[in-house]
Design a protein around this ligand. Structure first.
Ligand code: SAM
Length: 257
């Protein structure tokens, strides 16, 4: 994450963007409804960021402890602080400042979650197998990624300098199925309304900041042609309910292999 995007005068726009795209309640509900949590003892979160959804998962899994990995020292610190503030720190068993690829564990996990972090891991067979190997016999892993029709994916495809960010749920599902693993894919949509995306015929702050986030550049570096491109992408993605911000929840259960 390029933190300079979110400082000073850019901070307010970044917050507009977060408000626009936030779908964390639906994401939490989707994960909670996809398996039972009552008996879960161990959760591993991959690229867990600050850990907002993880805190809610812990509250719904009263017997569980959590293991965390993220290569970013800022994210590890933010997670530690957030768990302390939420009075959940005693249930944090480990914080590893590392990538999934380099992560090692001497145990398996009942639940593994990767919320918008599998971009950095991809579809190589060795990482899919590593995920399965880290699951306990009755364990389930949940990977969340943009759906192919999502405006998020469209912005990444158009503006991201990092081609890994174009990874979508369908590619992960295909990669697991090619390796004969059984996965399920459920797609959810938050509809972004024209009134949130445009103000007085111009792009709203939230829309501009969304595209800037995908481009990993400050919003004020967009050329006039790029600003027009953002408008055009939003308008061409418009359906009767709004512009889809869609994400896939991919579930992999070890006992269905
Ligand atoms: C888009 S953020 C998602 C954060 C959080 N899960 C959320 O949903 O808000 C992606 C996270 O993946 C982490 N990350 C980057 N490369 C990674 C890797 N190879 N393995 C695991 N996590 C990685 C980043 O540091 C970042 O915190």
């Amino acid at each position: 994450m390029n933190n300079t995007l979110y400082q000073g005068s850019h901070r307010r726009l970044f917050e507009e963007f977060l408000k626009l795209v936030d779908d964390s309640d639906a994401q939490l509900a989707a994960i909670l409804n996809s398996s039972s949590w009552e008996e879960v003892r161990s959760i591993l979160t991959i690229g867990g960021g600050q850990g907002i959804i993880e805190a809610s998962l812990l509250r719904n899994a009263p017997h569980a402890n959590i293991w965390y990995l993220d290569p970013s020292s800022e994210q590890c610190d933010a997670f530690r602080q957030f768990m302390k503030n939420e009075l959940l720190y005693s249930r944090v068993k480990d914080i590893s400042q590392t990538t999934f690829q380099d992560f090692t564990a001497s145990q398996t996990f009942d639940r593994i979650v990767s919320l918008f972090s599998w971009f950095y891991i991809g579809t190589d067979e060795q990482w899919l197998s590593k995920l399965i190997d880290l699951l306990s016999p009755s364990g389930t892993a949940f990977l969340m990624l943009p759906n192919i029709d999502s405006i998020e994916h469209i912005f990444y495809r158009e503006f991201s300098p990092d081609k890994r960010m174009t990874l979508i749920g369908d590619e992960i599902v295909k990669a697991f199925r090619d390796q004969k693993f059984t996965v399920t894919q459920d797609t959810y949509t938050k509809w972004l309304l024209p009134g949130e995306l445009f103000k007085g015929g111009q792009l709203s702050d939230g829309s501009l900041a969304f595209a800037a986030f995908a481009a990993e550049r400050p919003f004020d570096t967009f050329s006039k042609a790029e600003v027009e491109k953002i408008s055009e992408l939003l308008k061409s993605s418009q359906k009767s309910q709004g512009v889809p911000l869609s994400w896939d929840l991919i579930s992999i259960s070890k006992n269905s292999l």
